[in-house]
Design a binder for this molecule. Structure first.
Ligand code: HEM
Length: 214
């Protein structure tokens, strides 16, 4: 039933999130421009970005982009089901011992009670906050929380950030002719992983640059 970790050890979740990052950046050209400017300034003059380069750089906006994609498109919309260990009351409801509890982090991450302009892709919302996905901010749990929280969080995030930085550094991205940013489909497919319903069609335009003066 629950197949993200055993089946793919996180590759599906990471590639899904990366697709959502690119989808939202294409839909919001000013956000794309800001993310690209940050990456291009940080790695100015380099032909490729290595893990060491990445570790030394301080790409705060890129981290906000990844966080915002994780918020708006929680890759695992329902956490691993929990079983209630003792009878209790939550918000006036009696929950009997043994009840199976599904936590809909997708809905919580889009709840207007906790998020301003909840349906908008706004990486800036993470600026000047300590809001993180480490499992203690309950309005933002893309990796779950508690003992069963995702053990691959740091690896997953590092992989996504490095791949995204490389995509933004090396290429400009164009939509097929006649397609406007607002036309890009943001439908999510039903299933355990919140994948994009249709493929993202974009043209990479290689940046022809002089590695010394780029
Ligand atoms: C974007 C990347 C990823 C996301 C969003 C993600 C999300 C999640 C979530 C929500 C859970 C359930 C946590 C809970 O119910 O509290 C989980 C469990 C798990 N994840 Fe990930 N994951 C990602 C990447 C990875 C990677 C890269 C690995 C390993 C290399 C990994 C391995 C696991 C394992 C083994 C579990 C099961 C833990 C347990 O049940 O005790 N995940 N993940």
């Amino acid at each position: 039933l629950w197949c993200h970790p055993p089946r793919d050890a996180g590759s599906d979740t990471s590639s899904t999130t990366l697709t959502w990052c690119m989808t939202e950046l294409i839909r919001y050209p000013a956000t794309m421009a800001r993310a690209q400017a940050e990456v291009r300034e940080a790695f100015k003059g380099k032909t490729t970005i290595t893990e060491d380069d990445f570790a030394r750089a301080n790409l705060s906006y890129l981290t906000f982009v990844v966080k915002e994609a994780l918020r708006l498109h929680c890759p695992v919309p329902l956490l691993v089901p929990r079983k209630c260990r003792e009878t209790c009351q939550v918000m006036g409801y009696d929950i009997p011992k043994g009840t199976c509890v599904f936590i809909n982090v997708w809905a919580i991450c889009r709840d207007a009670k906790y998020w301003e302009d909840a349906e908008e892709f706004k990486p800036e919302r993470f600026e000047n906050t300590s809001l993180d996905y480490k499992g203690t901010n309950y309005e933002f749990l893309p990796f779950g929380s508690g003992r069963r929280m995702c053990p691959g969080t740091n690896l997953g995030v590092a992989n996504m950030e490095l791949a995204l930085a490389s995509l933004l550094y090396q290429f400009d991205w164009k939509l097929p002719s006649g397609v406007e940013p607002k036309d890009v489909d943001v439908g999510e497919a039903p299933g355990l992983i919140g994948k994009k319903n249709t493929g993202l069609l974009v043209h990479p335009v290689s940046r022809l640059f002089d590695p010394v003066n780029a």
